[in-house]
Design a protein around this ligand. Structure first.
Ligand code: HBI
Ligand code: FE
Length: 288
């Protein structure tokens, strides 16, 4: 994770909490054009696939099709709904800074956008992932509380050696979560909602497993950061997700000190399986 000194070379005005000014006036026309193309592409894919909560958030926030959104303006609308604001950061920030922002209902969003030749894939979260992917769900009252609780839990977990476990919870819910809704699956995860390939694959492909969410199970399951997922975890509702995770994790962390860690594609006898993947898609990378 880059430190303050690293970012200070390119962002001399970076603050101790790793925030910077968004610098909206400095985006070249090409940057707005990349936003417009990414937005237009996702817009045709979302109906019938994205959870109503996501679509509702997108609609209520008026994120903007044509130009990169202005964080202050967008934050005013978001704050009126759930009390969250968006702050600009230059990229990934250290875990404890990230958790501190979330615990205070501030979502750190990268201020840069991918280059035109990176339309389909980027390593680091850019403004399209952070804003289009994450912010609609922050307009949902229960999900907004879940995100804050995750930040508070992260701060408490510092130094306990369990951050990899906690990061898996974030990955399989906030980033790549599916939800069962009226007998069908839909997605709410930001990594899905900001990817034209994964937003189709996650629901339509026979390849990945789709397994009911279980807290200890997810904390024991590795994930891939640079490929389509082999397993998606399915929640029944945002209320049940919040209820399952709003507890003191001390006893759970104690259990996690021993016992198995599962590879991303594993299906267990105890799993409630919505769909058992045929594993026809072969991932080309390793899991973390
Ligand atoms: N920083 N900007 C940014 N965005 C993230 O999603 C992020 C981060 N720092 C740490 C982090 N995520 C994860 O490692 C935590 O969920 C543990
Ligand atoms: Fe993300």
């Amino acid at each position: 994770m880059p430190g303050l000194e690293h970012y200070a070379r390119t962002h001399p005005a970076i603050r101790a909490d790793f925030t910077i000014d968004q610098g909206w006036d400095n985006y070249p026309a090409e940057a707005h054009d990349t936003w417009r193309r990414l937005y237009a592409r996702m817009e045709t894919i979302l109906p019938g696939r994205a959870a109503p909560a996501f679509l509702e958030g997108l609609k209520r926030l008026d994120i903007g099709h044509e130009k990169i959104p202005h964080f202050e303006r967008l934050s005013d609308g978001l704050e009126a709904l759930t009390g969250w604001r968006i702050v600009a950061v230059p990229g990934l920030v250290p875990d404890e800074k990230f958790f501190d922002h979330l615990a205070n209902r501030r979502f750190p969003a990268s201020n840069f956008i991918r280059r035109p030749e990176q339309l389909d894939y980027i390593e680091e979260p850019d403004i399209f992932h952070d804003i289009f992917g994450h912010v609609p769900m922050l307009a949902h009252p229960v999900f907004a509380d879940y995100m804050q609780a995750y930040g508070q839990g992260g701060l408490r977990a510092e130094g306990l050696g369990v951050l990899p476990n906690l990061a898996r919870l974030y990955w399989y819910t906030v980033e790549f979560g599916l939800i069962a809704h009226e007998g069908r699956l839909e997605f709410y995860g930001s990594g899905i909602a900001s990817s034209s390939a994964e937003s189709v694959y996650c629901l339509a492909s026979p390849s990945p497993n789709r397994i009911a969410f279980d807290l200890e199970r997810v904390m024991r399951t590795r994930y891939r950061i640079d490929d389509l997922q082999e397993t998606y975890l399915v929640i029944d509702s945002f209320e049940s997700l919040f209820a399952a995770t709003y507890q003191d994790f001390a006893a759970l962390y104690e259990r996690l000190r021993t016992g198995p860690t599962y590879e991303p594609g594993t299906v267990l006898a105890q799993d409630r399986v919505h769909w058992r993947g045929d594993r026809s898609y072969k991932p080309h990378s390793h899991a973390v």
